[in-house]
Design a protein around this ligand. Structure first.
Ligand code: FAD
Ligand code: NAI
Length: 467
């Protein structure tokens, strides 16, 4: 194959591989460079997909052990086959990664395996089994992110681990300490809690999943606490010391420096992620990173060099797979002179715990800060017939609407299947629906989605029907 391309994309995560597909669909000669043998990036290999596979398997086990009895189903001698569970997860990962390879072939994208770096602004070196030079009219940097740590804490990947190792555990820990009550901490913490580990979460902030509407964090913490998760909120970790078989974590309260010591088999460090640009040779392309190590771009995702773009976790914005995908499509279409658009306010966030947490648009805190006049409508799942039928009545849906115009400004939910329910809210907001629009839309009965309609009824003259 000739090594001259319209586009060379570095990184095959959801940003890079989706960008490659869209470029190829639009007729551009496209190359995708990935340093690992498998495609799919963090998301498919060590992120979204394996974590959701663990969450689903552990939820099934937990339901069988703890909740089936309520439904009149008796199970005895239930056994956990941890290695088999892990094997299934790895199979889901390898099948999904193989799916991306198939899509590259189908779309005639040339895949190069090896570390990509700039030789000059139009030349990319791929250091793989052999070294190759690719000439590119345009380059897309989609190199993603890696886990961050806290100063002074060594991640030895044996006892002090990140999500990458937690997803590939060889044994079920008796106890797991998690530093960070954010998305990874609570998702991975839930997996091990459901399987029987003692899980302790140490979080510096006063609420968990603090970037989301405060009501969600409060509610989620309550449910997880009821399920046995231990929380040390408002605690900063001062030291983590690992031995061959355990870890000792020392933390201090923010308020009065009171020390607590937590001993566990493993310590999962989940304190955020940082952009990954190691060995990319950005200086040879004339690109400088910003103060947080991100590749800065303008509104068109263009870097300071006009034919080089950056998308996904490596640039600014929320680190989510679907945000990376939207940006991949955006760059491809723009290269063809189209005028794509991304509404960053409408990128939903989901936490795949149980109950699930999902959110889109403005939080109540943000509306208060901006002094926007708003009204609230909320509906608890315990008033939903469907939720009661399924024994899933924890949680609520809260909608925030403009006090004057009734336009929906934010939707925040915690409860059964909220990861899927949020799509209706995103769509409604994309079309700038009012709460009244949803309140007058027929929703099938009995479904969880009726709760969204009820929350909208509650926001419009307090006329929810079932509370
Ligand atoms: P990445 O997926 O990180 O891909 C970047 C790729 O570039 C990697 O394959 C890397 O090897 C490659 N690369 C880097 N440098 C080079 C180089 N120089 N040469 C060649 N290749 C290179 N997001 C969600 O939306 N939903 C979820 O449920 C979710 N769950 C997650 C669970 C976990 C445990 C983690 C860690 C993350 C999760 N995320 C989730 C976040 C999501 O994985 C990321 O936002 C997403 O993968 C970012 O995509 P990306 O394409 O920007 O980068
Ligand atoms: P996060 O930003 O969600 O949470 C990190 C937490 O660690 C914060 O609450 C922070 O206050 C806390 N923290 C930081 N330093 C601390 C310290 N010294 N002591 C105690 N607590 C401390 O980051 P996380 O969970 O690592 O996830 C990284 C990113 O990956 C997420 O922001 C998200 O973009 C993505 N992700 C998305 C998922 C999803 O969409 N379902 C799932 C998993 C990850």
């Amino acid at each position: 194959m000739s090594n001259e391309y319209d586009v060379v994309i570095i990184g095959s995560g959801p940003g890079g591989y989706v960008c490659a597909i869209r470029c190829a669909q639009l007729g551009l000669k496209t190359a995708l460079v990935e340093k690992y043998e498998t495609l799919g990036g963090t998301c498919l290999n060590v992120g979204c997909i394996p974590s959701k596979a663990w969450l689903d398997s552990s939820e099934k086990y937990h339901e069988l052990v703890h909740n089936f009895d309520n439904h009149g189903i008796k199970a005895s001698k239930v056994q956990l086959d941890f290695p088999k569970m892990s094997e299934r997860v790895q199979k889901v990962v390898s099948d999904t990664c193989a799916g991306v390879s198939f899509l590259m072939k189908k779309n005639k994208v040339d895949v190069y395996t090896g570390h990509g770096s700039f030789v000059d602004p139009h030349t990319i070196k791929v250091a793989g089994k052999k070294e190759e030079l690719l000439k590119a009219k345009n380059v897309v940097i989609a190199t993603g992110s890696k886990p961050s740590s806290i100063p002074g804490i060594e991640i030895d990947k044996k006892r002090v681990i990140t999500s990458t190792e937690a997803l590939k555990m060889k044994e079920l820990p008796k106890s797991l300490a998690v530093i960070g009550g954010g998305v990874i901490g609570l998702e991975m913490g839930s997996v091990f809690l459901r399987l029987g580990s003692k899980v302790s979460v140490i979080e510096y902030a006063d609420t968990c999943i603090a970037a989301m509407d405060k009501d969600l964090g409060k509610n989620l913490q309550k449910v997880l606490k009821k399920g046995g998760m231990e929380f040390y909120m408002g605690h900063g970790v001062s030291s983590v010391k690992a031995t061959a078989k355990s870890v000792k974590i020392t933390a201090k309260t923010k308020k009065d420096d009171k020390e607590v010591v937590i001993n566990a088999d493993y310590c999962l460090v989940a304190v955020g992620r940082k952009p990954y640009t190691d060995g990319l040779g950005l200086e040879k392309a004339g690109i400088t990173l910003d103060e947080r190590g991100r590749v800065p771009t303008d509104d068109h995702l263009k870097t300071s060099v006009s034919h080089i773009f950056a998308i996904g976790d490596v640039t600014t914005g929320i680190m989510l797979a679907h945000k990376a995908e939207e940006e991949g499509v955006f760059v491809a279409e723009q290269l063809l002179g189209q005028k794509p658009h991304i509404n960053y306010n409408l990128i939903p966030g989901v936490v795949y715990t149980w109950p699930e947490v999902a959110s889109v648009g403005a939080t109540e805190q943000a509306l208060k800060e901006s002094k926007k006049a708003y009204k609230v409508g909320s509906f608890p799942f315990k008033a939903s017939g469907r939720a009661r039928a399924s024994d899933e009545s924890d949680g609520l849906i809260k909608i925030l609407a403009d006090k004057e115009t009734d336009e929906i400004l934010g939707v925040h939910m915690i409860g059964p299947r909220c990861a899927d329910l949020i799509a209706e809210a995103v769509l409604a907001m994309e079309f700038r629906a009012s709460a009244e629009d949803i309140a007058r839309t027929c929703h099938a009965h009995p479904t969880y989605s009726e709760s969204f309609k009820e929350a909208c009824l509650a926001a419009t003259e307090n006329r929810a029907l079932h509370i």
